[in-house]
Design a protein around this ligand. Structure first.
Ligand code: ADQ
Length: 489
């Protein structure tokens, strides 16, 4: 479009995600302090010059009073963020319940909750009702801020009901939806009681995106098998209306990592780490402490490696950095204790007075410390049982251009499709195979490491988050134009 002064204006992009990219802390009745969290999506969108992004989402805090809501809305506006206010009960049922207890495990092939079938069914219904209600609240806010020509990009499994709500408000709205997790096989999706309603709602979007071609194929199969619709090479057709379905593999802001390595504070960290682990090979795991990340399996594989390769004991160390998430959920608490128990046992078994084989940290690291760790370690172990993409593997590769470390990567992470040629791919459930791949990585010649790294580095630096966002949004614009042309014909 063109402004009155003749300058071109950028298209507005409304990014709708469950969480806003800020952490908000209340300082007084009408004052808030905000900190932008520099995640992948934020850097992706900041790097794109063609459009002007605004964020719509939940700020992660309960704000029951009007004064607090007004003040937070005002503070967020300066960061181009627009809040959706969800009360505690909705958060409990929609976010903790339907999103995290039902959709998240199901989409990662962990099935539906089974402890008490009847109780689960009852709570399932109320959680699904809350899910729909929350999605409608997001739609209300989007609709209030929408201007003609805007593009609306909905993110993730929290907002599968949103495309339908938005199109009910305005059928002309350009709506895209992207899933960050895997979309499972249609045989898994069909176990979900609300399977059809969710598929229909997503199909209301103009463009539906996934990280990999397999996930897109699973989605199309679910629509054909469960809804009886027609799958076409472009997507899914319902009564003459086409929803385009395609793969858009995400990337990272690789320059941010590469440039960070030159900063003095990162160089200081690197020096300290090198000194600390002098004479030992260092292996690294960085994950959220979630069942999908396969942390216990990874540690057991390392134990097997130590059992079988006595010459490596005391010469290798595993640093496992695990950020606790969803700490109020009993399954996650159980996972934490399980990991601690295994780590304690292995350190007791193979540790000496001068060296322990595993350093396990239950915490998040700041960006600079993380970059330094990525840069100094010899091997990264990413053993997710399922993972939409896995950005840790990308970040590791971006920081390894000097050292050319080896990436051991689960074949069940979306990243296996893009980094598979450079990484050692493993089945994370097969402890013996992972243990053997650790030996292979540690013994790998420098020529082979260089060759593998080169392949992955070139992928990570060319398939960036910016490129991902640009491609998705331009495809969405094109899809809508094509649909308009089709209806005119
Ligand atoms: P996540 O499951 O969160 O994302 P991932 O893609 O690995 O998984 O991203 C995690 C991010 O958190 C990375 O940027 C990493 O640096 C950071 N992080 C993890 N542990 C950390 C620690 N201990 N300290 C500091 N930072 C840490 C979801 C899907 C993925 C998909 C992404 C993006 O589950 O499959 O790749 O979205 O689409």
């Amino acid at each position: 479009c063109e402004r009155q002064d003749g300058r071109l204006c950028r298209q507005r992009l409304l990014v709708v995600a469950n969480r806003l990219p800020v952490s908000a802390v209340r300082r007084g009745e009408d004052s808030w302090s905000l900190e932008i969290s520099a995640g992948g999506l934020v850097s992706a969108l900041l790097g794109v010059k063609e459009f002007e992004a605004r964020w719509i989402g939940w700020a992660g805090v309960n704000v029951p009073d009007e004064i607090g809501q007004k003040a937070l809305t005002k503070a967020l506006a300066e960061k181009r963020c627009i809040p959706v206010f969800l009360d505690e009960e909705i958060v409990h049922q929609y976010y903790n319940g339907y999103c995290n207890n039902i959709l998240w495990p199901l989409f990662h092939y962990l099935g539906l909750p089974q402890e008490d079938r009847l109780a689960t069914t009852r709570s399932f219904q109320s959680q699904f009702a809350a899910y729909k209600k929350a999605n409608q609240m997001f739609a209300d806010v989007v609709n209030e801020h929408y201007e003609e020509g805007d593009v609306v990009w909905c993110h993730d499994y929290h907002l599968m009901f949103l495309p339908k709500c938005l199109k009910e408000y305005n059928s002309e709205m350009k709506v895209g939806w992207f899933l960050h997790t895997p979309f499972p096989s249609s045989e898994i999706h069909r176990t979900l009681p609300s399977r059809s309603e969710l598929l229909h709602s997503v199909l209301a979007a103009d463009l539906v995106g996934f990280h990999t071609y397999d996930y897109a194929r699973h989605f199309v199969s679910a629509c054909t098998r469960i809804l009886g619709l027609e799958g076409t090479p472009e997507g899914v057709e319902d009564q003459g209306r086409l929803t385009r379905v395609a793969a858009f593999p995400i990337g990272i802001d690789s320059d941010r990592f590469i440039h960070a390595l030159e900063l003095p504070q990162v160089q200081d960290h690197i020096k300290e780490l090198k000194e600390r682990f002098k004479g030992r090979k260092v292996m690294l795991g960085v994950d959220r402490l979630d069942m999908i990340k396969g942390i216990p399996q990874k540690i057991l594989a390392f134990e097997k490696f130590l059992e079988e390769n006595t010459q490596w004991r005391e010469k290798v160390v595993l640093l496992q950095i695990a950020v606790p998430t969803r700490t109020d959920v009993p399954e996650y608490q159980k996972l934490t204790s399980q990991v601690h128990e295994i780590v304690g046992r292995i350190n007791g078994r193979f540790g000496t007075l001068t060296a322990v084989p595993i350093h396990h940290l239950d915490r998040s690291l700041d960006f600079h410390a993380l970059c330094a760790l990525y840069a100094v370690t010899d091997v990264a172990l990413v053993t997710s049982l399922r993972d939409g993409m896995n950005l840790v593997s990308y970040e590791y590769v971006a920081c390894q251009d000097a050292k050319k470390g080896v990436l051991i990567l689960s074949e069940f992470a979306g990243a296996a499709q893009s980094l598979g040629a450079g990484a050692i791919l493993v089945n994370p459930w097969n402890i013996t195979e992972v243990a053997a791949s650790i030996a292979q990585a540690l013994n790998m010649s420098s020529e082979e490491r260089e060759k593998r790294h080169k392949h992955n580095f070139s992928h990570v630096t060319t398939h960036t988050a910016q490129e991902w966002a640009e491609t998705f949004v331009s495809e969405l614009n094109d899809t809508v134009v094509e649909a308009q042309l089709r209806t005119r014909q």
